[in-house]
Ligand binder design. Sequence first.
Ligand SMILES: Nc1ncnc2c1ncn2[C@@H]1O[C@H](COP(=O)(O)OP(=O)(O)OP(=O)(O)O)[C@@H](O)[C@H]1O
Ligand SMILES: [Mg+2]
Length: 469
Amino acid sequence: MAIHYSKYGRVFDLLPEMILIVDADQVIVDHNTAAAEGTGYASSDLLHSSLDLILPAEQRRVLMSILKTNFSDQSLETKFVRSDKSILDVQIDLRKLYSAERFYSVLIAKDITEQKKRELDHLRFSNVIQHTVNPIQITDASGKMVYVNPAFETASGYTKEELLGRNPRILNSGRHSRDFWKSVWDYISQRKVWVGEIENRRKDGNPFHTELVISPIVDGSDHIVGFMGAHRDITEQRILEQQLVRSQKMESIGTLAAGIAHEVGNPLTSISSLVQVIQRTTADEFAKDKLGLIKDQINRIARIIRDLVDFSRPSAYVIKPTDVNKVVREALNIVQYGKKVKDIAFTLELADDLPSLSVVPDQLAQVFINILMNAVDSLEGKPGSIWIQSRSNAEHVEVVVKDTGKGIDPGDREKIFEPFFTTKTVGQGTGLGLWVSYGIVESFGGDIELESDLGRGSTFKIKLPLEGE
Ligand SMILES: Nc1ncnc2c1ncn2[C@@H]1O[C@H](COP(=O)(O)OP(=O)(O)OP(=O)(O)O)[C@@H](O)[C@H]1O
Ligand SMILES: [Mg+2]
């Protein structure tokens, strides 16, 4: 044996690390007890064997090439193969030793198999969270977000950078009271798992509904170190429910409207003819003039009533196979007559393979005109663009009208289809356009969808089913 030990030399038998000393030819010249135990070899097998004995074939080259050079102290990860052929992950510190005028390499190896396994588990776990479609957020014990997965970014519309370090309150829709959130917090602070449905608000102001499970994360010594919130997106489901409510509401309003139109319409016709009679027979210029004004007002009421009637009474119009693109072009022509459109760039992108639909073309034109007029109005006389697209899939023909106008306040989005809801000044709008349009589209079995970004613009998507019941 070429190595000389001081009187504490065998102390290295007490060390938990596996220590192997190899000579210039990488032959093992000494080792400690831990090395024999860790590799499963008897001392007689290890001594005078090449280091290859305990290195799996694919690991040899790297380690050997280092040992052959005049290496400096370093540390690396590799693997050992035990006598029973099982594999250990090891972390090796390499040192040089000079003894009796010869150089040796000292390998101080630590078994990190368990640690590696934990890392792998962790990696798998974080991959699952990273790639699941469920939005997930993790907070620290104080409730600040420390992790969100990509699905969470998509659902909320915020980026990771905007969310981390903030309280989940940033998504608060205002639909749930302060007391509600306090009770949730009290509940999870007692280490209980909370489950419920909540309404959040996306960055763009639109709601997103989720079923939320919040579970406390507890460490080894039973302290709460954070909370995990896992969401299931139920926005689609909620939208469908709201649509159902909306169409039921429309139906009852429709019945009411028919009644009012009838009750108001008849007396109005009498008033109108009486005004005409007096106008013709009077010689009083003042009275004539004022009667003219009365007639204008009567016409305005009559127009509103006509809209109401159109909506509530299935019209005398006939349903026939209709080229939707043609109707879109006609509607656009009418809208472009207006004075307000000179600074607006219209882009028409019509699919040329659109199937024809069984609808009432005049009514459909009415829908497109209403929506296009609204788009024009949304630009408030400023330059902007309106984009009209038609397309179809297996179930629907869709006409999309997108504007770069002022957008719709999130709080108004549910109301704009209601009759007489308008944000325009008196005389500018009656608030019937969308209500009538929705009624028409619904009578064809279709639907109108809305997306809007306040200050940026709105998109109305008119969906008409291919069957056109
Ligand atoms: N493209 C749009 N951009 C912004 N706001 C819109 C848009 N379309 C509709 N709105 C909002 O919806 C409201 C209701 O629209 P609707 O067409 O029913 O009535 P109106 O345009 O006000 O009056 P009218 O009966 O003359 O059409 C509008 O007042 C407006 O606030
Ligand atoms: Mg309108």
